[in-house]
Design a binder for this molecule. Structure first.
Ligand SMILES: NC(=O)c1ccc[n+]([C@@H]2O[C@H](COP(=O)([O-])OP(=O)(O)OC[C@H]3O[C@@H](n4cnc5c(N)ncnc54)[C@H](O)[C@@H]3O)[C@@H](O)[C@H]2O)c1
Ligand SMILES: [Zn+2]
Length: 373
């Protein structure tokens, strides 16, 4: 089963292709999406090196002039030093204004490669080949690209839409279980925001989803790309509506700042929480806060949400040692850093959310207290 989702953005519109074994068709799909192409550079995530090689092979077999450069897997690649190395690799590969960069890997490698594509020669074409569930349903769609500063994530970046996204579900076969489950948190989030049917499907097909059933997951990823694509079409540069995608991220980001993997050194063996795990906790917080604030119109939502997240092996309480007061302080810091008011995204019912700044601090405190483990 293969699916195709179009992200409508006028002259910057593009297709997301979703299916098993799509990598072998990468050359053809790239040619179709970028007809006047000269050369390509594959930016391969070291953690997904076999898929980077498969992409390179497919491009060359289609008669395209392609080179490859490898970047460290995960957050460690989103640095100025790695960006500089990839800019140099672009020069070595003799990329010009009609060339393209192909990112093969997780969301981090995609953000870095996209940032390089947005800046090299003031912007060249860019193709996303996501190899994690999170990158397929979230990071590869929407054109936000960035690197980190030592003290702040995603601080330097651009809006640079890909010309094509190819989500080959076969690449998920090598993804560690914990990374896969972490991606499921964003999938649950999308259902909560805009797709009651998706949420129900996750509830009834939970085992098939956990087993990475090819048919079920092709449908799930496609529905997610439709949701993210539609939100991005409506508000490409996050002027307003795109904020709904932040459901679960207000508390989620604060937990990530305190207990996330990236705050340590990102090396193997780190026991910090993954992004999706922090989002799962944030989703639970948003649901409870919605109930306390009188926004919630579906009383069984918080419990159904928690049951589903638990089923997916995701955390639904603050990690031990993370104090509710510290989470509050981290949220206040986030607010200051982004120069504004916190805009809470609260679920109204499954499939519908409301954005509001009007949330009482005592309600936030009470919810965080409830989530203390
Ligand atoms: N641009 C956006 O709109 C957006 C949205 C959400 C997240 N993000 C970014 O995405 C990043 C998180 O992405 P992620 O969850 O994909 O994590 P990740 O990119 O950090 O990858 C996780 C790990 O999996 C490895 N990996 C990748 N594909 C694999 C495969 N098929 N098999 C085995 N290992 C594989 C990577 O090497 C890495 O070690 C963050 O940097 C976040 O800021 C961006
Ligand atoms: Zn997220």
């Amino acid at each position: 089963m293969t699916g195709k989702v179009r992200v409508e953005l006028g002259p910057r519109s593009y297709f997301i292709h979703i299916g098993h074994g799509l990598m072998s068709r990468l050359g053809e799909l790239v040619r179709e999406a970028i007809p006047d192409l000269t050369r390509l550079l594959v930016v391969a995530d070291a953690g997904a090196a076999t898929w980077g090689e498969a992409a390179l092979r497919a491009l060359r077999e289609a008669g395209l002039a392609a080179e490859v450069t490898t970047v460290p897997g995960g957050e460690r690649c989103k640095t100025l030093a790695v960006a500089a190395a990839v800019w140099e690799a672009c020069l070595d590969a003799r990329l010009d204004r009609r060339s393209a960069i192909v990112a093969v890997g997780g969301g981090a490698a995609g953000d870095l490669a996209g940032f390089v594509a947005a800046t090299y020669q003031r912007g060249i074409a860019f193709v996303q080949v996501p190899t994690t569930l999170l990158a397929m349903v979230d990071a590869s769609v929407g054109g936000k690209v960035a690197i980190n500063l030592p003290r702040a994530k995603n601080m330097v970046g651009a809006f640079h839409q890909p010309r094509l996204v190819v989500a080959d579900l076969s690449t998920l076969s090598t993804l560690p279980d914990r990374e896969y489950r972490s991606g499921l948190a964003e999938v649950v989030k999308h259902g909560m925001i805009r797709d009651r049917g998706l949420f129900q499907l996750l509830e009834t097909e939970a085992q098939a989803v956990l087993d990475r059933d090819p048919e079920v997951m092709a449908g799930v990823v496609e529905r997610n790309c439709r949701i993210k694509g539609a939100v991005v079409s409506a508000d490409e540069r996050e002027g307003g509506f795109r904020t709904v995608l932040n459901l679960g991220h207000t508390v989620g980001h604060a937990v990530e700042a305190l207990a996330g993997r990236l705050e340590r050194d990102g090396g193997p063996g780190d026991d910090g929480l993954l992004h999706g795990e922090c989002v799962a906790i944030g989703l639970v917080a948003a649901a409870r806060l919605s109930a306390r604030s009188g926004v919630l119109a579906q009383p069984d939502l918080p419990e159904r949400l928690e049951t589903l997240l638990r089923r997916f092996g995701l955390p639904v309480r603050l990690p031990p040692g993370v104090d509710p007061a510290a989470v509050e302080a981290a949220m206040a810091y986030d607010k200051k850093a982004t120069g504004g008011q916190l805009r809470w995204v609260l679920p109204v019912r499954i499939g519908q959310v409301q954005v509001t700044p009007y949330v009482l601090p005592e309600d936030v405190r009470a919810v965080l207290e409830e989530l203390r483990s």
